[in-house]
Design a binder for this molecule. Structure first.
Ligand SMILES: [Zn+2]
Length: 297
């Protein structure tokens, strides 16, 4: 058990709601060499980051797993993402090993628009991968890239959730924004998508997609924190109506504030304890199912 100073406030939050813990759909664990490279990008506040971003949780993997366990984050993915062709299978092999070692983690994988993608995604789905992640800003591709046609067909049929960073935050480029997600859903309307960061800053467009498409969800990652632009007040009542399709995400470990700050931001919306319980626990459980060690309640 870790004595990390951020633990008690997080436990107080979910205990106060009568939950058995938290279900966080947006956590990253990457191979150590890649993780170091990502930290370096954030430390340099490079062009894809755009501002100072002091990462709070820089411990090694084992310690970070212990911090999540101590905080009561009962289930979480590892969400690898590829920045160029040819690296997805390396990331996916590493993520498979992590999923074997950490039983409560969601087995995660990624893909990139490349010839091999159709085959490795089909194999991953067949093997039991539970969630995929793609990052349009980092990968610089459109969701409806023709090289992904077969991949989306596979994922629409399997129903495997895909966490998509498609919004133009923190720094947009030609590939970000809702357009390619809208085009994709016209062709594959049954895809199970989790829109990372609620699509910020294009919050209204991505909320509308979630309202229109039965299997499009929003993850709360970094939204409602001091670090993100304010979420439009006018959209908040629609988040209540969308209740069962909003899921807690944190971006642990690459966040510049204590974990509980994300939770406090959700509570400040004043959408009620039932909404918080759904967002922080039961919506994730319904989408992904309990893990082997998930407490029920
Ligand atoms: Zn992330």
């Amino acid at each position: 058990m870790t004595d990390h100073p951020d633990v008690p406030a997080v436990r107080t939050f979910w205990q106060g709601l009568g939950l058995p813990g938290l279900f966080d759909v947006h956590v990253h664990f990457l191979p150590p060499n890649i993780q170091r490279a990502v930290y370096a990008v954030f430390d340099a506040a490079g062009p894809k980051i755009g501002r100072e971003w002091p990462i709070r949780y820089r411990e090694d993997h084992a310690e970070r797993v212990e911090i999540l366990r101590a905080m009561g984050v009962r289930r979480f993915p590892t969400l690898p993402y590829a920045h160029k062709p040819g690296v997805a299978t390396y990331l996916n092999d590493w993520a498979a090993g992590f999923a074997r070692d950490v039983p409560e983690s969601l087995w995660s994988a990624t893909f990139f628009p490349e010839q091999a993608a159709a085959a490795y995604v089909a194999a991953a789905v067949g093997a039991g991968v539970e969630v995929f992640k793609v990052h349009l800003q980092v990968g610089e591709f459109h969701l409806d890239d023709p090289l992904l046609d077969e991949v989306w067909g596979t994922l629409e049929d399997s129903g495997t959730p895909v966490v998509v960073h498609a919004g133009s935050g923190p720094v947009g480029n030609d590939f970000t924004g809702p357009a390619s997600t809208e085009r994709l859903l016209e062709r594959f309307p049954r895809l199970t998508l989790l829109i990372a960061h609620m699509g910020a800053p294009e919050c209204a467009e991505f909320l509308a997609l979630a309202e229109r498409h039965e299997r499009v969800h929003l993850d709360t990652t970094m939204v409602f924190t001091d670090f993100f632009p304010a979420y439009p007040d006018s959209l908040v009542p629609r988040l209540r109506d969308l209740g069962d399709k909003v899921l807690l995400g944190s971006d642990f470990p690459t966040i510049p504030y204590p974990y509980v700050h994300q939770l406090d931001g959700l509570a400040r919306l004043d959408l009620g304890d039932d909404w918080l319980r759904a967002v922080c626990w039961s919506n994730g459980l319904r989408l992904f199912g309990p893990g082997p060690t998930t407490p029920v309640g």
